[in-house]
Design a protein around this ligand. Structure first.
Ligand SMILES: [Zn+2]
Ligand SMILES: [Zn+2]
Length: 144
């Protein structure tokens, strides 16, 4: 695993690079101090990713079995959303996905950032992020 910062886009060689990427990306805003990787119930870890960056919600669809899953609390906002499929600059639409969580002083989740790595070319990105304004929030870690 390593991040290549030399090109127009940062690229990673493996899903593990999403940890470092999300930490650096959020460092100046709401620093993510817990990273959870998405994995389908079938065991697969590559997904298509639908997001509404304005509404702040995301859904992933497994590239292997097709199962769809709302990332964290996204289902609550989905009916108002206008989701678009995330595409890499290379045109790829299969990603490894991880969520970075930043927390309040009381350890509840304050901010969610969804990061993705293109499995075709390795480009790293963060398609959507949103605020969490309720509690408790422990369940969110299991809903990535
Ligand atoms: Zn699956
Ligand atoms: Zn790509």
């Amino acid at each position: 695993m390593s991040i290549d910062r030399s090109g127009e886009y940062w690229t990673g060689t493996g899903a593990g690079d999403l940890d470092e990427y999300l930490r650096e990306l959020t460092a100046d805003g709401y620093p993510a101090d817990r990273i959870v990787h998405a994995r389908c119930g079938c065991g697969h870890d590559r997904f298509e990713l639908l997001v509404d960056a304005n509404e702040g919600c995301a859904q992933r669809a497994c590239s292997s079995c097709g199962r769809k899953h709302f990332i964290c609390d996204s289902e609550e906002y989905w009916s108002d959303a206008d989701p678009e499929e995330t595409a890499c600059p290379c045109g790829g639409t299969a990603f490894e996905i991880a969520v970075g969580f930043s927390h309040r002083a009381d350890a509840s989740v304050k901010w969610i950032t969804v990061g993705q790595r293109c499995t075709k070319c390795g480009v790293l990105g963060a398609a959507v992020d949103w605020k969490v304004d309720y509690g408790p929030t422990e369940q969110l870690y299991d809903q990535v």
